[in-house]
Design a protein around this ligand. Structure first.
Ligand SMILES: Nc1ncnc2c1ncn2[C@@H]1O[C@H](COP(=O)(O)OP(=O)(O)OP(=O)(O)O)[C@@H](O)[C@H]1O
Ligand SMILES: [Mg+2]
Length: 96
């Protein structure tokens, strides 16, 4: 499994007993506004951590994976992108 979630709780926002996200699939998370979709995504690369429960990435508990190391593989793209001044090329070169 790419991600497995067990007994995850976060405030009164998320309560997920069990969720498996398989590899090499496109997965859509659907729900009402404020339902916790973005919060769940943020948890997958440790931008937010659960109050209790576990998230496993390739069978390893996220709590045992360094956040920066994880984010080299698990990336979240925001709904509202931040673009710097200049061309697309210049924006891409900033990272290098
Ligand atoms: N940093 C935060 N601290 C506390 N509560 C938050 C925080 N960010 C969001 N929330 C709350 O968490 C709940 C879930 O928000 P979230 O943004 O995950 O929903 P969503 O499903 O992505 O909604 P949308 O469809 O509008 O994008 C909402 O009640 C929101 O107000
Ligand atoms: Mg959202």
């Amino acid at each position: 499994m790419l991600f497995s979630i067990k007994n995850l709780k976060y405030k009164d926002i998320l309560n997920i007993e069990k969720l498996n996200l398989p590899e090499k699939k496109i997965i859509c998370i659907v729900g009402e506004s404020g339902g916790g979709k973005t919060t769940l995504l943020k948890m997958l690369n440790k931008l937010v951590s659960p109050d209790s429960g576990n998230i496993y990435y390739k069978n390893k508990d996220l709590s045992e994976i360094d956040a920066v190391t994880l984010r080299r593989e698990v990336v979240m793209l925001s709904q509202s992108p931040s673009i710097f001044k200049g061309t697309v090329k210049e924006n891409l070169l900033i990272g290098i």
